[in-house]
Each structure stands twice: as C-alpha cells, then as structure tokens.
Write a protein that binds this ligand. Structure first.
Ligand SMILES: [Zn+2]
Length: 330
C-alpha cells in the first residue's frame, strides 16, 4: 500500500457526466476523434486522461500551452482535487493509480490490486463530475485507449468508479499503424545514430495493435452493460459526415454543430486536452497556437507497403479481418 490514508469523499452535488471512452491502439486517430467530438457544445475532449496524473507530477501542461493549474478549464478541477487529495502528485499515489490501470499491475498481489483499484475508482468518481462542472460539458471524451499503459482503465471507470461509460472502439488498418510507428522508430534511430531490424520494428506495433484491440473484446465480455460502437479511422477520415452522424446517434447528441464545421471547412479547435500527438500541441519548438484540425485521409502508408511490412502484417490477419481490413490485399 502507499501508506497514504484514503481521503474521506464528500457527498457529490454535481450531475453525473456521460464518459465516452476511446478504446483501441495508438496511432489510430484517437487524438483526432477526441478533438472533433470536443468541438460539440455538449462535449469536452479531455485527451489521454490516463496520463493526467503523471503529466501533472511532471509539470506538464494542457494542450493549450498553459500549465494545468493556469488553464481555465483545468484550474477549478485541480483546486478541488487537491483539497481532497493532499497527495495527488506524490510518486506513490501516481504509481498506485497507474498500476491499477496498466497491464503490469496484474503482477501485483491480490490484496494490493484490490486496494489500488479502490483508490483509482474513488479518484475518478470524484474527477469526472468536477471536470464536467468546470467545462460545462455533459459529455467527457477520454482517449486513453486500451494499450498496455491503460488496458484495465475502462474497468476502473465503469466498475470501481461506477461511471456512466460508452465506448467508441476505434481501429485503423494494422499496416498503417505499423508503418507509422516504424517511420517514427526510424527517425528516432537516425537521431540516436543506432540501427535496428525492419521486422522487429514492425512486429512490436502489430502485436500491440492485436493486444489492445483484443482488450476491448475482453472488456465487452466483462462489462456487458457498457455500450460499444466500432468506428474505423478510415471511414472517419474519408467520410467524416457519415461517421460523425453515426457517433452522434450513439451519444444521443445533435450532429449538426460538428457536420457544419465539415461543410464550411472551418476545421476543429484542438481544445484543452491531456497529451495527444502534435496535431493537438503544434510543433514542440513553436510558441504559436496549433492550427485548426481538418479530417483528411492519409494513405501515405500504402506507398510504403514494402515486402517486410506485407509479410509481418500477416500475423494480424484474423483479427484485422474481423474489423474489415484485408491485410492480404495490396
Ligand atoms: Zn488548456
């Protein structure tokens, strides 16, 4: 145990928000979807909330560039949380919450796991109503996904925190995901002057893609009362109006504020999220605000579909087929 006493939670006066959890693997367009939905007047796109405490402990900032306790959206949430949790950014508390949501936490002893899960459940049960109150949103988007750092978070929110959760299971062609990750890996290797194998660089994201998407199926079995909508990133990017209308029906919101932005090509405001890729944060060396986001289908990976990628992607064949991707086809 962390040795820190559990805070006594006050009775909650805030209404219960609807949580929309974006599940799946990284590099699948979750930041884009978070941003798009966050442009609806009833929705706040909160970003990768599994990284909120680590980011806060690390003096990170909101995507608007302000430290969290200076951003108008986050400041009231932090003020309230810090009154309840004096240890909010203590290393041991951050580690307890992380362990309760990540795959690695499965290695902890059962009593420790129960204590971690209860601690995380209490925190998030308090957190989301505060965020809804501060932002004025009825719906909070959490794009933490279900990769190894957050594979068990959905259960913490739906079960331990008893929150009202709907899941959007976002998938992207595993070859596009592996290509994107390999390209990033190549850049990192070039910068560090190191080498690396093409097969190894591709296998890791493909296995990660399978595990993260299978985690959604595992949650479906264990959380039968949590509604799940499957959306393919390719459909969102190539026919955004149709995809947004389908998602709006699932969330019971009017699609028009979002579809109007597509029709007028106004773009989507990156908002005030936790982490997310450079779409949300602009370039790291620029002090300028990140530009409005537009949905565009990026098919660059298809031209980079070389022999290693074609061969290694076969491991994902059965699961990819279930989501409507034919990795045998060029
Ligand atoms: Zn902000």
């Amino acid at each position: 145990m962390s040795g820190v006493p559990e805070p006594q939670l006050e009775a909650q006066a805030q209404p219960r928000p609807q949580i929309v959890y974006i599940a799946g693997y990284g590099r699948s367009g979750s930041t884009v979807l978070d941003i798009v939905l966050g442009n609806h007047p009833e929705v706040f796109g909160a970003g990768e909330l599994n990284m909120f405490l680590p980011d806060l402990a690390d003096d990170g900032s909101c995507s608007c560039g302000q430290p969290y306790d200076q951003c108008d959206e986050w400041k009231p949430v932090l003020g309230e949380l810090r009154r309840t949790y004096l240890n909010l950014t203590d290393t041991s508390f951050v580690a307890d919450v992380y362990r309760s949501e990540s795959t690695s936490g499965l290695l902890a002893s059962p009593p420790r796991r129960r204590a971690d899960d209860r601690r995380a459940g209490n925190l998030w049960r308090r957190f989301y109503p505060l965020l809804a109150e501060s932002t004025g949103a009825r719906i909070i988007v959490d794009s933490s996904k279900t990769a190894r750092f957050s594979s068990r978070r959905l259960r913490r929110l739906a079960k331990d925190a008893s929150l009202d959760v709907k899941v959007i299971h976002l998938t992207r062609d595993p070859r596009a995901v592996a290509f994107s990750e390999q390209r990033r890996g190549n850049n990192d290797r070039l910068e560090s002057g190191g080498g690396g194998s093409a097969f190894g660089g591709l296998l890791r994201p493909l296995v990660g893609w399978m595990v993260a998407n299978l985690a959604v199926d595992a949650h479906r079995l264990r959380l039968a009362d949590v509604p799940v909508l499957h959306i393919r990133y390719e459909d969102l990017a190539s026919e955004p109006g149709t995809a947004i209308t389908k998602i709006s029906g699932f969330l019971d919101i009017d699609p028009q504020p979002l579809t109007d932005r597509i029709v007028s090509d106004a773009g989507f405001d990156p908002g005030h999220g936790v982490r997310g890729n450079r779409l949300r944060r602009g370039s790291a060396d620029s002090s300028e605000e990140p530009p409005a986001i537009r949905l565009r289908y990026d098919a660059a990976w298809a031209s980079g579909l070389d022999r290693p990628l074609r061969l290694v992607s076969l491991v994902s064949y059965p699961l990819a087929r279930r989501y409507g991707y034919d990795v045998l086809r060029r």
